[in-house]
Design a protein around this ligand. Structure first.
Ligand code: MG
Length: 446
């Protein structure tokens, strides 16, 4: 039986009073904290400019500078694309800057999604560079406003510093061993070992071997030769250097499916830290075959631009290291999401650098590396003194570790006057460094 109407009314009033008193209860915060949580005034994007420079050393770098409605407050991002620098710079200036001006600086995720879908078609390489650049610049601005380095905004340090792997090469196995040893002596625990440059180890010398009449005369890649030689290189390195150094190797995507499986099996006794890019991006289904026959850890992804390329490999536990480049996958926002996916499925990050990359992208990767649990390793990249002068705050590489700084934001700036003195060198004729051919003159895809 229900209580009388008057009693029900009294109970209801008591509950309401209790609720009101709880809502009115002051939060346990100091006046200083109250001021901080009152929120920052709304800022908008006032102007966006691409800054293109050779860095004084023949680089093809494009940065963005995002200026806000607060005088003097701006952010820097990396849009570098060694193969399409002028296209990226034009896209920023002509298509994206007008779209961004007037938008809310604070809404990083929203502006990321809005930029991502702005062109309707997405995940193109140039579009991803542009998207990455605005994303980094917005994180830079957010950090400067908060007075915190970006890694703190991302959750704080999960490690003390960021270990890097070095690049050792050589024309002979002894020379490779000597160069790996040199890095070990510098303090590196991880070293990538190559033999004879891009595609090296599988090259038939220029003019040698059976070639078509009047055909290709240059150094020719032969995958069976490569699969014979590379395991011998790692056997040699283990004999000379012992088992402690963590060795990597990059295949540069040059193998066909069965040969990729074969090489992965053959290097297993030499316990690589990872075997990188053993397949071209069009053939990633072959990772399933590799997983069935060997425990050699797999690293893949520097050519990836679409989540549908990396999600199956990570979620099906077919690769061990994700190698995407931060400025090619969508910036810090995208890198954080990949890192979370990696953590869920036991994969680790090994964000790509390469010699063409720039210090802003390197620092963006560094802030993510520092703050994630799924970090594996970071690829080494070092810059000449002129770059440290042009981009003050460029990270320092010491003893196999990369050190950024604790300044608010990304912790890097650009001397625009100096950058202007070193403009981009327009691309000339001739093949790209990625052009590799076989004995019959056919292209070998990277
Ligand atoms: Mg690679």
């Amino acid at each position: 039986m229900s209580p009388p109407l008057e009693a029900r009314y009294r109970n209801s009033m008591r509950r309401r009073e209790l609720l009101t008193s709880l809502m009115a209860a002051p939060l346990a915060v100091t006046a200083q904290q109250t001021n901080r949580t009152r929120g920052l005034p709304k800022l908008t994007i006032r102007n966006v400019r691409p800054i293109a420079t050779s860095g004084g050393r023949g680089y093809q770098w494009v940065f963005v500078k995002v200026e806000t409605s607060e005088p003097g407050l701006y952010g820097i991002g990396s849009a570098s694309n060694v193969n399409n620098a002028l296209s990226v710079a034009t896209a920023i200036e002509k298509h994206y800057a007008p779209f961004w001006v007037g938008k809310d600086v604070a809404r990083v995720e929203d502006l990321w999604q809005n930029t991502h879908t702005r062109g309707y078609w997405r995940n193109g390489t140039i579009h991803n560079n542009v998207l990455s650049a605005i994303d980094m610049a917005l994180w830079d601005i957010k950090g400067k406003r908060a007075g915190m380095p970006v890694y703190d905004l991302l959750g704080g340090k999960a490690r003390d510093a960021v270990p890097m792997y070095a690049h050792a090469d050589g024309r002979s196995m002894d020379e490779v061993a000597d160069n790996v040893k040199r890095y070990m002596d510098e303090g590196y625990r991880h070293v990538r070992a190559q033999m004879g440059g891009y595609g090296g180890g599988g090259m038939i010398a220029p003019g040698q071997g059976s070639r078509p009449a009047e055909g290709f005369k240059g150094a020719a890649f032969d995958e069976e030769l490569y699969v014979e030689i590379i395991p011998k290189l790692f056997e040699h390195l283990r004999v000379k250097l012992g088992k402690d150094v963590k060795l990597c190797h990059d295949v540069h995507e040059h193998l066909s499916g069965a040969m990729a499986v074969e090489l992965s099996k053959r290097v297993e006794p030499y316990r690589l830290f990872f075997l990188e890019d053993v397949l071209p991006p069009e053939q990633i289904q072959w990772f399933r075959n590799i997983r069935q026959v060997t425990t050699t850890p797999m690293a893949m992804g520097e050519l990836f631009t679409h989540p549908l390329e990396w999600v199956p490999l990570i979620s099906e536990r077919l690769i061990d290291f994700f190698r995407g480049r931060v400025s090619q996958i969508g910036g810090i926002t995208a890198a954080r999401k990949v890192a979370a996916l990696c953590e869920t499925f036991g994969c680790r990050t090994a964000f790509q650098e390469g010699g063409d990359n720039d210090p802003v992208n390197q620092l963006a990767a560094w802030h993510v590396d520092l703050s994630i649990s799924s970090f594996g390793i970071q690829e080494e990249n070092h810059f000449p003194a002129i770059v440290h002068e042009m981009l003050p705050g460029t990270a320092q590489l010491k003893g196999g570790y990369l050190y950024g700084n604790d300044q608010p934001g990304l912790g890097i700036d650009i001397n625009e006057a100096m950058a202007a003195k070193h403009p981009l060198v327009p691309p000339g004729p001739g093949d790209s460094w990625t052009t590799v051919r076989g004995m019959d003159g056919s292209l070998v895809r990277p």
